[in-house]
Design a binder for this molecule. Structure first.
Ligand SMILES: Nc1ncnc2c1ncn2[C@@H]1O[C@H](COP(=O)(O)OP(=O)(O)OP(=O)(O)O)[C@@H](O)[C@H]1O
Ligand SMILES: [Mg+2]
Length: 140
């Protein structure tokens, strides 16, 4: 599915729609450059899971856990990870094959260790367009 959006609000709403449909064991892999809108999408996604807690990027902790939604939510940001192997050190399999929903910002950095059936969401700007708020979001 490809969706074109023209504001952060639309990205958040798409995240919310997808979060509403998320199931136990799902893994959502977000890719896109700095400031693409991955965290904006994630906030909507968490809302879709029924999470009321404030979502902050887990930049120094790699993963934040939220338990006040419909399903446990594990929000990863692997931007600062040194190598994909470090994911095993934090016990990633417990999360990936656990009882909740995982979402990973900067997933392309650890692509080799991610389960095959993960959902990939790519958020891209288009610098040929005048609209700085334009994003092309591909879900597959
Ligand atoms: N269509 C859009 N979708 C998402 N964010 C948008 C859009 N248009 C403008 N923005 C702005 O772009 C910024 C996106 O920031 P965000 O933190 O979500 O990016 P990110 O991909 O998580 O970056 P990082 O890699 O640093 O974590 C926000 O300031 C947001 O308001
Ligand atoms: Mg982010």
């Amino acid at each position: 599915m490809i969706k074109e959006v023209y504001s952060a609000e639309q990205t958040r709403l798409l995240g919310k729609e997808i979060g509403e449909k998320a199931c136990r064991g799902d893994i959502y892999c977000l890719k896109g450059e700095l400031g693409a809108g991955k965290t904006v999408f994630t906030k909507g996604f968490a809302e879709g899971l029924g999470i009321k807690e404030h979502i902050t990027s887990p930049t120094f902790t790699i993963v934040n856990e939220y338990s006040d939604g419909r399903l446990p939510f594990y929000h990863f940001d692997v931007y600062r990870i040194g190598s994909p192997d470090e994911m095993y050190d934090i016990g990633c399999d417990e999360y990936f094959f656990g009882d909740g929903v995982c979402l990973i910002e900067w997933a392309e950095l650890i692509e080799e260790i991610l389960p095959e059936n993960s959902v990939w969401i790519a958020i891209e700007r288009d610098y040929s367009k005048d609209d700085i708020n334009y994003r092309r979001i591909e879900v597959k």
